[in-house]
Design a protein around this ligand. Structure first.
Ligand code: 0L1
Ligand code: MG
Length: 262
């Protein structure tokens, strides 16, 4: 680590204010080029601590950069994680206000809801499936606070992995009844298919991503509590949305989820 506690608090305030006031900033490594991954996660955990102190609840976690293509693009070997606060969630078939966001993009994902805690090290697909209560189709709305979505890995970790909003479907399915690896998802904007993919796009199987999250959290002595919602990672590329866009995600055997940007 290269940052002092004071610098971590200053950066947490800077990045979180950009989120809360919906304005963009330049990537923080421009001013702190020696920052490392540990510094970046410290900033993220400090933002999380501030939200809890303000009365927000942490309802879950997300994994990002989970596709081989996106990892190669960023020149990294491991995905990254972020947290989901209660106010990030929007109801299915609801509206998402553009005024609260900077330049949102949508991603098709599978959300896991846990019924038992998951604590690494040593978590694997089997542990995850046994601890999963149900899965839901989900759309993650990412909204990097960095100008033009231009950042490096350290900057994006500090920015809570671009987390912003998410919407899940309401048809809860048991993982035992589904083939998550081969599950097809189709994303439409204004009735036009814009992206499609299968569960295997996420590290070969979306449950692998949840196991990796538990193992990464385990390194900090943290766990995924029971009752968490976890976005396992993008199955499709992220697509930019504008006010007026209606987004629908159809997931094989899992129903659909939709929202309108206003
Ligand atoms: O959820 C994601 O995969 C996004 C992670 C952060 C990178 C980005 O904003 O594209
Ligand atoms: Mg995502």
């Amino acid at each position: 680590m290269s940052l002092t506690r004071e610098q971590i608090e200053k950066l947490a305030d800077h990045v979180e204010q950009a989120e809360l006031q919906a304005h963009d900033i330049t990537k923080i490594t421009d001013d702190y080029p020696d920052m490392d991954f540990n510094d970046a996660y410290e900033v993220q955990w400090e933002i999380r601590r501030r939200k809890i102190a303000r009365g927000n609840r942490i309802v879950g976690m997300k994994m990002g950069l989970t596709s081989r293509a996106k990892m190669q693009q960023m020149g990294v070997e491991t995905p990254i994680y972020g947290f989901l606060a209660d106010y990030f969630e929007r109801p299915d078939s609801g509206e998402i206000e553009m005024k609260d966001l900077i330049h949102p993009k949508v991603e098709a994902e599978i959300a896991f809801v846990t019924k038992a805690p998951l604590k690494g090290p040593g978590c694997h697909v089997g542990t995850v499936l046994a601890a999963t209560d149900f899965v839901l189709p989900a759309v993650e709305i990412i909204d990097s606070r960095y100008r033009d979505f231009k950042f490096d890995l350290v900057s994006v970790i500090a920015d809570n992995a671009s987390s912003s909003r998410f919407v899940t479907g309401t048809r809860a399915r048991n993982v035992r009844d589904l083939d998550l690896r081969n599950m097809g998802l189709v994303m439409e904007i204004n009735g036009k298919v814009v992206e499609l993919g299968a569960g295997a796009a996420v590290l070969g199987h979306p449950a692998t991503s949840i196991a990796m999250l538990a193992n990464m959290l385990g390194e900090r002595g943290e766990e995924i509590p029971a009752g968490s919602v976890i976005l396992s990672g993008a199955i499709t590329a992220a697509v930019t949305v504008q006010a007026g866009d209606a987004v629908t995600l159809r997931a094989q055997d899992m129903g659909s989820v939709s929202m309108r940007f206003v």
